[in-house]
Design a protein around this ligand. Structure first.
Ligand SMILES: [Zn+2]
Length: 139
């Protein structure tokens, strides 16, 4: 029984660390957009588009939850966040077969090798954003 209790506590802490991780990633992304918007005299950001890979270490749903907190009080507050989720794709170094690794493992469906290089799925960045200039708002 005491062991079971210890496991429960550990999971709780991991969940909290994960939320913190996505919030700090989202704060960075919003900061980048807001800084760029300021240089272009954009006073209101209405939409932010991000690309998030399966292997990026960030969970799209956690990023979506973190976004309103990260954007609060910035010109990006109330903006729409669009996340383009990129599937993981790897190439087997032995037989050069390209496949999507599953959570079960990275074993090549062609030859069974575990030696593969990542082709996509690690991306995590802002692709674009849409905003309104001060002049447009006053017109
Ligand atoms: Zn292979």
């Amino acid at each position: 029984m005491p062991q079971r209790c210890m496991i429960f506590v550990r999971i709780m802490r991991e969940a909290r660390e994960r939320e913190m991780h996505e919030l700090s990633l989202m704060t960075d992304a919003v900061g980048l957009v807001v800084a760029d918007a300021a240089r272009r005299s954009i006073t209101k950001v209405t939409r932010i588009e991000m690309r998030v890979g399966e292997l990026s270490g960030a969970l799209p749903h956690a990023l979506r939850e973190a976004f309103p907190i990260a954007a609060q009080g910035t010109p990006a507050e109330g903006a729409t966040l669009v996340i383009d989720e990129v599937k993981a794709e790897v190439r087997c170094k032995k037989c050069l077969r390209v496949f999507n690794p599953t959570s079960d493992g990275w074993s090549c469906p062609g030859c069974g090798s575990y030696d593969a290089e990542i082709l996509s799925g690690t991306e995590l960045h802002v692709v674009s954003y849409t905003g309104e200039e001060k002049e447009c708002l006053s017109k």
